[in-house]
Design a protein around this ligand. Sequence first.
Ligand code: FAD
Length: 395
Amino acid sequence: MNYDFIIIGAGIVGLSTAWQLQKSKEKARILLLEKESSPARHQTGHNSGVIHAGVYYEPGSLKARFCREGASATYVFCRDHGITCRRTGKLIVATSEVESSRLQQLFQRCRENGLEPELLSSARLRELEPAIRGSAAILVRETGIVDYAAICREMLRQFSRRGGHYLPDTEVTGITEHSDSICVHSGADSFSSRKLAVCAGLMADRLARMQNLDDGFRIVPYRGEYYRLRPELDGLIRHLIYPVPDPALPFLGVHLTLMHDGTVTVGPNAVQGWKREGYGHLNFDLRDTLDMMTFPGFWKATARHLHHGLRETRNSLWKKAYLAEVRKYCPQLASADLLPHPAGVRAQAVMRDGTMLHDFLIRQTARSLHVCNAPSPAATSAIPIGRHICSLLTS
Ligand SMILES: Cc1cc2nc3c(=O)[nH]c(=O)nc-3n(C[C@H](O)[C@H](O)[C@H](O)COP(=O)(O)OP(=O)(O)OC[C@H]3O[C@@H](n4cnc5c(N)ncnc54)[C@H](O)[C@@H]3O)c2cc1C
């Protein structure tokens, strides 16, 4: 069957691309392929649900711009399609001297990124959030929460309504590019099109390898483990509560998140994963592990962040140590307050020299485009990322 465009992956990046492409090219024949039986089964359906305002990112970078635009576009999408979202605001709380000086830098960065943060004293923080303690904090009002899986379902509905063709349960196993077309294989089935966009999240490097585009990077899975607060504590906080992050790492630290359903989650941490799409505690996959261990960048990244990695592993294995991270800013919490909650797994592109890539990575051939790294806040930024992919596909 011939198409104008094929998109692989029904996470939020693939869906945003498919929805916007079908909307702008009404007559185009577009096929969206997904290996699972429903959309948003991996990173998009296992995240914190935060609409990030764009606090942390290098001013002027694509990541900063996409996040700001993405947050606004997400609020508009939710309003237009009746999806519940809340602009809760977020507090970044400093609990030590080092963090206080980093907080000042973050405050400056917020302003350079076009936000209107408010610097709070310890007393003002306590007034706003009686359960939270810190030497100072930044209030970012633009941050909010949403259910990204609900956004995906709506994007899929819009895409199909406009004539887009969606095939779930179809795992792509090969890609062959010709001078006049590109062919996507799934077992014995083949689909051909003029252009292809690959938005495969945790499998991005494997799909890139099908076209020899995986040179120099590998996806390394990092588990993000959560707890949730017991239901009696659902009203404990009114804002999202974040620690001051370590600038060397692409993770934001264990935070308290008001979820769209009114519950409060605690997390995520960032521990080594041994299975890319494994959500249980003891998941292991030989192929995923060998892929990682045979890549020199994995060992370099592990060595570089050894101290952090060991601390996260200890916190993962020992609930009391995990709790200690949260008690730095919410001292009233006790072990019995933390109930089990499903984990997520991040797709982190690691380069051959051990650098964890903070930014988006896109690689292209004449007829294909691979999204090789779409780290947080890619759910927030999905609408401008999708728009960017559409413009690259149609230029
Ligand atoms: C724990 C955690 C917390 C996060 N918190 C936030 C947050 O609060 N806010 C935020 O903005 N971002 C957050 N993120 C980041 C965000 O969730 C991701 O950046 C985003 O969901 C990436 O979307 P994606 O479409 O690229 O990947 P995915 O959602 O993983 O989708 C990829 C899709 O490709 C499919 N696929 C893979 N291989 C094949 C194949 N061979 N054939 C067919 N289909 C295939 C998969 O089945 C999957 O459906 C978080 C991520 C994690 C893991």
